[in-house]
Design a protein around this ligand. Structure first.
Ligand SMILES: Nc1nc2c(c(=O)[nH]1)N[C@H]1C(S)=C(S)[C@@H](COP(=O)(O)OP(=O)(O)OC[C@H]3O[C@@H](n4cnc5c(=O)[nH]c(N)nc54)[C@H](O)[C@@H]3O)O[C@H]1N2
Ligand SMILES: Nc1nc2c(c(=O)[nH]1)N[C@H]1C(S)=C(S)[C@@H](COP(=O)(O)OP(=O)(O)OC[C@H]3O[C@@H](n4cnc5c(=O)[nH]c(N)nc54)[C@H](O)[C@@H]3O)O[C@H]1N2
Ligand SMILES: [Mo]
Length: 687
């Protein structure tokens, strides 16, 4: 092989993780032969995770989808026959056209997930223009982070987040419902540096996770009760007179009212609510009162509860009381995503959608397919999502997808459980085979992903699929034919100073660019985008949206229900699996082996009360359904708590269901977000 034919192409990991790694693909004679992290990226520093190290293996996997296919068996059976792109596009165009004519375009539901987060190919991507232009029902992506996003917005507005790169300056770090060693490990280097500088690190999590086992202290909390803990900690802070009165006066509104609310939550009451001993609440409260700067890193997992939005709102209020926002290394971060001022309106063109077009929630796919009328959903177009595996109320999702009168298109890399229900199954490119542009929700860099190799078989990028479909349908809207570069340029077309100098050309040249912000970034310097321009303890916007005007505690619905607890005594949480990314990679043979079978962890007292021993096969169930798992008897959870994980493909499990058969599709307090961890079950020996 001649050296001249070797190229290094910069790209970015597309997966749903806060870290959005910069990577480099080595291409030899048109083939990708190596993929590794980019060394000089300031946040991800050349290090990929256990999953993404196998990305090239997934690209070349023998079971990868390479050609368009049409269903040849019953729905769900997974039998398909190969067809051409022309046949596929013609059939889809005809079906969508006919449905639109007979039932109205709202009978068409696009359903896109977090398989890729890019702005060209992914969840906030250019494909939405197409759905807006044809007037399809709007897809409301509430599956992941929406409750916390809205909650944080009431307290501090959008884009107000501590820069995780400033963590080494913190002296107290609270990892609040996040497990970074599994779910976004690049922040760990900054945490380690802070510890070397003398910081005390605490995790608050119902599970003693990998991360919890590594830090100075772990507070096991009853799921869904974090807001009460936040108020209890502030009770101690106020009791010590440690609130920052100058900061409160200058930067906040509603302190007197909030202070009264805090006084309703003495540590004794909070101990009862959270299950954390009073002494430990007081000890952490005293630490918080006396340690500047304190940094809080909130996870996304902790807001998947009935009161999840309020919990994030209340926790985001803490640094407003302690004044930590004014100190380098202090403050709080739920997501840095909102710091990026991209012009998503220009990209997704909501103006093309007819006024009043309805929206349906991602978490309620089953319900949407089974019960929504006027018009009922007649066509479903799924891309970068695997709802059978990942969406609440699996039983309803399957029932909906099995409807004979539903026309379903799935665009995928692999034949997932969801793909088995497709009428037309289309093969999608993977990241080194298409262009994309990414921001991150855990750091402040923008990334360009340059295509490195030609796609295998007949795989196409989403952007190209939508251009071709528009052409086949004869649509006139010119923007539906924009190139990938034009889509990226629309996104970057903004007057915001944070994008000054951030051009597509510069991004392509460098691979990544930091947003044009001061370094280190102190959010106060940029100002608050709340209605008052201050941190809002008292929020009229919240009140108008039907919430308490003040930060408060909204109890979890199932976890805190004493009657339900009689029948289903265990609160089940199901966070990310170390070896999978949601359901992506859960079909990789090596990672599946490393992950082992689906397990459920139970405290020794709960196991022995049920006559169960480590390694037993058990059934985990509630009224919604049940799945089988191997029991792991361990004190990583407290009595009354059970822990399993997300992502396992049902069809690769013996029981053909996973955790999401037990999860309800009701919504959280804000944005109707998912409530995966507000879930009660019972466990017994498998039949
Ligand atoms: N390896 C791996 N990485 C991932 C993912 C994955 O599936 N696998 N998923 C990705 C996605 S989609 C996301 S959104 C992010 C999420 O990133 P994180 O939020 O860090 O991860 P989660 O695992 O969802 O949840 C974190 C922790 O919250 C805890 N938790 C659950 N309920 C509560 C509660 O009520 N209070 C508190 N204090 N803690 C609670 C869980 O036990 C879990 O350990 O991670 C991403 N990274
Ligand atoms: N029990 C429980 N369930 C959960 C959660 C939990 O904490 N507990 N977390 C939830 C969260 S945070 C999230 S974000 C959701 C995620 O749920 P989804 O958004 O449905 O994501 P995945 O299950 O990972 O499915 C993504 C699919 O997209 C495919 N894919 C990846 N890239 C591309 C691409 O470029 N093109 C196409 N066409 N396909 C692609 C992958 O092969 C994969 O099958 O799951 C949720 N489910
Ligand atoms: Mo997520």
């Amino acid at each position: 092989m001649s050296k001249e034919k070797t190229q290094i192409v910069r790209g970015a990991c597309p997966l749903d993780c806060p870290d959005t790694c910069s990577w480099e693909v080595t291409v030899e004679n048109g083939r990708a032969t190596d993929l590794r992290g980019t060394r000089d990226h300031p946040f991800t520093r050349g290090n990929l995770c256990v999953k993404v190290n196998r990305y090239l293996e997934q690209m070349a996997a023998p079971d990868r989808l390479l050609y368009p296919m049409r269903r040849a068996g019953a729905k769900g059976e997974g039998r398909f026959e190969r067809i051409t792109w022309d046949e596929a596009l013609t059939e889809i165009a005809e079906k969508l056209g006919a449905i639109s004519k007979t039932h109205g375009a709202e009978a068409i539901l696009p359903y896109y997930g977090t398989g890729t987060l890019g702005f060209i190919q992914g969840i906030e991507g250019g494909g939405q223009r197409f759905w807006n232009a044809i007037g399809a029902t709007r897809h409301l992506p509430n599956i992941c982070s929406i409750a916390g996003t809205l909650g944080a917005k009431f307290s501090v507005g959008t884009g107000f987040a501590m820069d995780p790169e400033t963590l080494p300056h913190a002296k107290l770090i609270i990892l609040w419902g996040t497990n970074p060693l599994s779910c976004g490990n690049h922040i760990w280097r900054f945490i380690t540096e802070a510890r070397r500088n003398g910081a005390h690190v605490i995790t608050i999590d119902p599970i003693r996770t990998r991360s919890a086992a590594q830090v100075d202290e772990h507070l096991p909390i009853l799921p869904g009760t974090d807001a009460a803990l936040a108020l209890g900690l502030l009770h101690v802070v106020v009791g010590q007179g440690a609130e920052d009165t100058a900061f409160l006066k200058q930067h906040t509104v509603g302190w007197e009212e909030f202070r009264q609310r805090i006084l309703d939550y003495p540590p004794s009451r909070v101990a009862e609510i959270t299950g954390i001993p009073e002494g430990r609440i007081v000890a952490l409260g005293e630490r918080l009162a006396s340690t500047r700067p304190t940094a809080i890193r909130l996870g996304i997992g902790m807001q998947r509860h009935s009161g999840g939005g309020t919990a994030v709102r209340t926790i985001m209020a803490i640094p407003g009381v302690t004044g930590d926002w004014q100190h380098l290394g202090g403050g709080a971060t739920y997501s840095t995503g909102g710091v990026f001022p991209g012009n998503t309106q220009a990209l997704v063109r909501p103006d093309l959608s007819p006024p009043g077009t309805r929206g349906l929630k991602m978490t309620q796919l089953g319900e949407s397919l089974l019960s929504v009328g006027d018009p009922p959903i007649q066509a479903l177009f799924v891309y970068a999502a695997n709802p059978v595996t990942s969406t609440p109320h699996q039983h309803k999702v399957r029932q909906g997808l099995a409807r004979d009168d539903l026309f379903t298109v799935v665009v995928e890399h692999f034949q997932t459980d969801t793909a088995d229900y497709a009428d037309i199954l289309l093969p999608s490119t993977m990241q080194p085979e298409h262009a994309d542009i990414h921001n991150a929700y855990g750091h402040l860099y923008l990334m360009w992903n340059e295509p490195a190799v030609a796609p295998p078989g007949e795989c196409l990028p989403h952007s190209e699929i939508f251009r071709r479909l528009a052409r086949t349908m004869g649509l006139n809207e010119p923007c539906l034919y924009d190139s990938d570069e034009e889509l990226a340029e629309a996104l970057l077309d903004s007057d915001d100073p944070a994008l000054e100098g951030v051009t597509l050309e510069a991004l392509k040249r460098e691979g990544w660019l930091r947003l044009n912000l001061a370094d280190p970034f102190m959010p106060l310097e940029r100002g608050l985008k709340t209605p008052s321009g201050k941190i809002e303890f008292l929020s009229h916007a919240a009140e108008q949206a039907g919430h308490d005007p003040l930060p408060t505690y909204v109890p979890p619905k199932e976890v805190a229900d004493p009657d339900l607890a009689k029948r289903y005594p265990l609160a089940l949480v199901s966070p990310g699996n170390h070896y999978f990314l949601n359901s992506s990679f859960a079909n990789n043979p090596t990672l599946r082996k490393q992950a082992g079978p689906i397990t459920v962890s139970l405290h020794p007292d709960d196991a022995s009360a049920r006559g169960l021993a480590d390694g037993n096969r058990v059934r985990v169930f509630n009224d919604r359904g049940g799945f089988d798992a191997e029991i792991h008897v361990s004190d990583i959870v407290q009595p009354g708590i059970a822990a399993s994980d997300k992502g396992h493909w049902p069809k690769l499990l013996e029981a053909e269901n996973n955790i999401n058969i037990t999860v309800d599709d009701r919504g959280s307090d804000m944005g109707g977000g998912a409530v995966y961890h507000d879930n009660r079950v019972e466990i017994e020996a498998a039949p």
